[in-house]
Design a protein around this ligand. Structure first.
Ligand SMILES: NC(=O)c1ccc[n+]([C@@H]2O[C@H](COP(=O)([O-])OP(=O)(O)OC[C@H]3O[C@@H](n4cnc5c(N)ncnc54)[C@H](OP(=O)(O)O)[C@@H]3O)[C@@H](O)[C@H]2O)c1
Length: 329
């Protein structure tokens, strides 16, 4: 079996974690890495025994020996780099949030379709064995109709205007970085879009949301109560309440376990499965599978669901009046 050859854009925190996961998969290899700095690319290549180290992203994208490019760059770089990859017929796995807004996401989807190239948002939570089990419990009706989802995701980061989390020029704010997880989670588990969206945010010194609450209202009787923060340790647990019971998930975004309870608060089933590496191997394996099967998108994380979540985030930002400098150009 010919190995799928990955190219890695960026040498930062997530590119490092993702590359560790890729190294554990037998049906692929990391063929090249690219950084803005030759020194960083070489250091990264040495760490992961990668043959080619490029100074500059474009050289990697143009390398004919690369099948798929992983984009582990800041949010604001995603669109242009993904566009360039797709135009060069390279399959793309792009970090979350996919782009700054739905207009850019739609544009990438159109380019991928025109060029008949695989494209996927790196929403790794969807591919975790624990998430798959939770989805199965729900779809099998183990908790009956889902009535209420509660999910929070928040950390206490020290304010730093120049950091990507706070800097508006780099797409800062809790919503784009963290909020994308619970919104994706709720819409994925419910398998439908909300009828109404309510939200509130506290804007910080740099003008981006440092914390927010989001309420997704479904007219057929379901509510999702979601909150994210850059300035408070909210934990990252999820509770999914149904007519017949509920599911408890610790650290839902990276869960390796889940617990099913009945309405008498008795745990009736526990799921626990340690990762093979660090959790990113499951999304990578899905990309490899899709490429081998000639799929242009993943049935688990289709492009329409990425677009749906971006539309929800656009609506939420509109409610707050949060516009990024790139959107004013
Ligand atoms: N899936 C997940 O669990 C997860 C976790 C964390 C982050 N992420 C996402 O991954 C992306 C990167 O986050 P990260 O935490 O890895 O960030 P990071 O550590 O700061 O790394 C980002 C990389 O982007 C490159 N870059 C390009 N333009 C840059 C600029 N103007 N300033 C600084 N760096 C620039 C740099 O690579 P070179 O200098 O080598 O070119 C840098 O190493 C974000 O979109 C984030 O939302 C996902």
């Amino acid at each position: 079996m010919k190995k799928i050859r990955w190219g890695i854009l960026g040498t930062g925190s997530i590119a490092t974690q993702f590359s560790s996961a890729l190294k554990a998969l037998e049906d692929c290899s990391i063929a090249a890495v690219a950084s803005r700095s030759a020194e960083r690319a070489e250091k990264f290549a040495k760490e992961f025994q990668i043959e080619k180290a490029y100074a500059g992203y474009e050289a990697l994208i143009k390398d004919p020996d690369i099948d798929v490019v992983y984009i582990g760059l800041h949010h604001t770089e995603h669109k242009e780099m993904a566009k360039l990859c797709l135009e060069h017929k390279k399959a793309v796995l792009c970090e979350k949030p996919f782009t700054l807004n739905s207009k850019d996401t739609k544009q990438l989807i159109d380019i991928a379709k025109e060029n008949k190239v695989f494209l996927m948002e790196a929403m790794w939570t969807k591919f975790l064995p624990a998430t798959k089990r939770i989805k199965k419990w729900i779809d099998e009706g183990r908790i009956g109709k889902v009535l209420h989802i509660r999910a929070s995701f928040g950390f206490c980061f020290e304010f730093d205007y120049n950091h990507r989390l706070f800097n508006p020029d780099l797409g800062g704010g809790a919503l784009l970085d963290l909020g994308v997880y619970p919104i994706t989670y709720a819409t994925y588990l419910l398998n439908r879009l909300p009828d109404k969206i309510y939200s509130s945010a506290i804007m910080g010194k740099s003008g981006v949301d440092e914390q927010n609450v989001i309420l997704l209202h479904y007219n057929d009787g379901t509510l999702a109560d979601l909150s994210t923060a850059l300035c408070a340790q909210l934990g990252s647990d999820a509770l999914i309440f149904g007519e017949k019971g509920y599911i408890k998930v610790e650290k839902f975004f990276k869960a390796d376990s889940a617990f099913l309870y009945d309405n008498n608060l008795q745990c009736v089933e526990a799921f626990k499965e340690p990762y093979i590496v660090n959790g990113y191997e499951y999304e990578a394996a899905e990309v490899n599978r899709c490429l081998r099967e000639g799929l242009l998108e993943s049935p688990i994380n289709p492009l329409q669901s990425t677009l749906d979540v971006m539309n929800i985030m656009d609506e939420i930002r509109m409610q707050w009046g949060l516009v990024y400098p790139q959107e004013l150009k």
